[in-house]
Write a protein that binds this ligand. Structure first.
Ligand code: CA
Length: 228
């Protein structure tokens, strides 16, 4: 069952949204301020977030930005002011849709459905696993071959595994330790520094400008992320 998080400080609105969504077959949690919304939203448990703009403690803009740094799930922003929509767009926070209050609950449910379906299609292409194509990069898992703008790139086994893992899980940040355990296994020789070395080599091979990575991004103090 799809899980939806509602971040809304107006209890009646939150409950109305929840009731309609539950009737439509979704599991729903409510956070009543921005801090709680952020905590739950960053848990990775939700498939979609409905986010009010004006919230106590942390406002909706900040919540959206912080969740978007970590997840690509659909975020629908709800605002009482139409002019906020231009503001939200202008800030480039990465919200997927905007709804102004008051809205018809049926409209909200329709948009939720549409965004979940769109996101599933996006994820679905990656779950087929056989082939990943992103911005001129082609990773063919079956033959373990990689192409950048039609040009084949030669990768070592570990370089391929690392690239494939990151590209399969785009926009998520993985620490060096996590990547090391994942790709090399716990009993392997070496340490997380090995990851740094492999990332550098990968960049030299697949990036047009290795110092300004288009694919593998360094998230300072946190690890690496593959950009979708
Ligand atoms: Ca509010």
């Amino acid at each position: 069952m799809k899980k939806i998080l509602i971040v809304e400080d107006e209890q009646l609105i939150a409950e109305l949204e929840r009731d309609y969504l539950e009737v439509s077959g979704y599991q729903v949690d409510i956070a009543t301020d921005g801090e709680q919304g952020l905590k739950l939203g960053l848990s990775g448990e939700y498939d979609l977030i409905i986010l009010d703009v004006m919230l106590p403690l942390v406002n909706g803009f900040e919540v959206c930005k912080r969740i978007r740094e970590k997840y690509q799930i659909p975020i629908l922003m709800v605002t009482a002011k139409k002019e906020d929509i231009d503001l939200i767009r202008g800030l480039g926070l990465g919200a997927d849709d905007y709804i102004t209050k008051p809205f018809k609950p049926g409209e909200l449910v329709a948009r939720v459905k549409a965004h979940l379906a769109r996101y599933e299609r996006l994820i679905g292409t990656k779950e087929s696993k056989e082939e990943i194509r992103i911005h001129g990069l082609l990773i063919d898992y079956g033959s373990r071959r990689v192409f950048v703008h039609e040009q084949e790139i030669s990768l070592t086994t570990k370089e391929f595994d690392l690239l494939y893992f990151l590209a399969m899980n785009p926009n998520r940040v993985y620490s060096k330790d996590h990547l090391f355990e994942r790709i090399w296994g716990l009993d392997a020789m070496g340490d997380s520094q090995t990851v740094t070395v492999h990332i550098r080599k990968l960049r030299e091979k697949i990036e047009m400008d290795p110092s300004n990575s288009q694919f593998i991004e360094t998230v300072w103090g946190a690890g690496y992320r593959f950009r979708l």
